[in-house]
Design a protein. Sequence first.
Length: 127
Amino acid sequence: MSPDDLLYTKEHEWIRVSGHTGTVGITDFATRELGEVVYVELPKVGDKFKAGDAFGNVESVKAVSELFIPCAGEVTEVNEELGNAPEILNEDPYTKGWLIQIRLNDPSETSELMSAEAYDEYAGSTE
């Protein structure tokens, strides 16, 4: 079961919204599909993205996958720990394994995203 306090994309990213701030990561389903994560490439603080833009990459022993931002915004923080310990994504994708924080351009954009229940149903259908 995916955490209920998050919203999800079809590309297997999640966002936790608090006011105008969004914390973005990838789902447990995504980390299981990727396998052992060995490298994470993230944007710089101040970078701006539109919803759906690629904002980085996750490299595993199996593949390299692009990361897509769920909502438009400006990067305000990057999880620097992942540079030295990318395996955190496999171990704890919903808390310690967050990727970036953004200042949302328009918090109402989140209405386009899936609830945990809808995401679990979607992810289950892609397995």
